[in-house]
Design a protein around this ligand. Structure first.
Ligand code: PLP
Length: 220
């Protein structure tokens, strides 16, 4: 048994008091683990790998809300377009355009978050402020996507000041986005915070956290 039920109950209760959404990040973990949390009432799960997500979706209950949380390659959007609930981590207009195309093919609107690059590390994906504005300026032509907000990952660091500064930075982009609300920009979700930093993220304004290892144990 790798699912930490006690942690789940504690965290879920804390988050519901704070009115913060929980995405249980189940990447690399077996469907039996997902089932366990689903049976306790968890509806939102996050996955990073397209193939894995498609396989899990096929065998798990249809009312699960699947979040794609990692870097998504444009050529793989078509596999998740029929069912994905929220694509977190849209980091280019090219990807947004492809999501729009596949959403139209499936006769639906796909909800997305734009991913901002807030960490000091070079390696993390995401848009900078200028790129964000460039995408927003063109968004009107993508009528089959709806931008629900922003997502970001802070630096992997013990420097609390630095991490808080990055979260606060993302929060300020989110506040600015609220002034750009339009037909397909509905800023509601600020997704920031993972196992190691979710409490800080909430203090800095997050309303959705993505937690894996605290719930499912470390990934090997
Ligand atoms: C893996 C992952 C998480 C969860 O990480 P934990 O530290 O296990 O909570 C959250 N967000 C993204 C984008 C991830 O890839």
């Amino acid at each position: 048994m790798s699912v930490n039920i006690e942690n789940y109950k504690k965290i879920a209760e804390y988050l519901s008091e704070q009115k913060v959404g929980l995405v249980a990040v189940s990447k690399i973990k077996p469907v039996s683990d997902i089932r366990e949390l689903y049976d306790l009432g968890q509806m939102d799960f996050g996955e990073n790998y397209v193939q894995e997500l498609v396989e899990k979706e096929a065998v798990l209950p249809k009312d699960i809300r699947w979040h794609f949380i990692g870097h998504l390659q444009s050529n793989k959007v078509k596999y998740i377009a029929p069912f994905v609930h929220l694509i977190q981590g849209v980091d280019s207009e090219k990807l947004l355009k492809e999501i729009n195309k596949q959403a139209a093919k499936n006769n639906r609107i796909i909800n997305v978050l734009l991913q901002m690059h807030i960490a000091s590390e070079e390696t993390k994906f995401g848009l900078d402020e200028a790129e964000l504005h460039a995408v927003l300026d063109n968004v009107e032509q993508y009528q089959n996507v709806k931008i629900l907000g922003l997502m970001g990952m802070a630096s992997f660091s013990d420097d609390e000041k630095q991490v808080r500064k990055e979260f606060a930075n993302l929060k300020s982009y989110f506040e600015a986005l609220k002034n750009k609300a339009s037909a397909n920009i509905t800023p509601e979700i600020l997704s920031m915070g993972m196992s190691g930093d979710y409490k800080m993220a909430i203090e800095e304004g997050s309303n959705m956290v993505r937690i894996g290892s605290l719930l499912f144990g470390a990934r090997v």
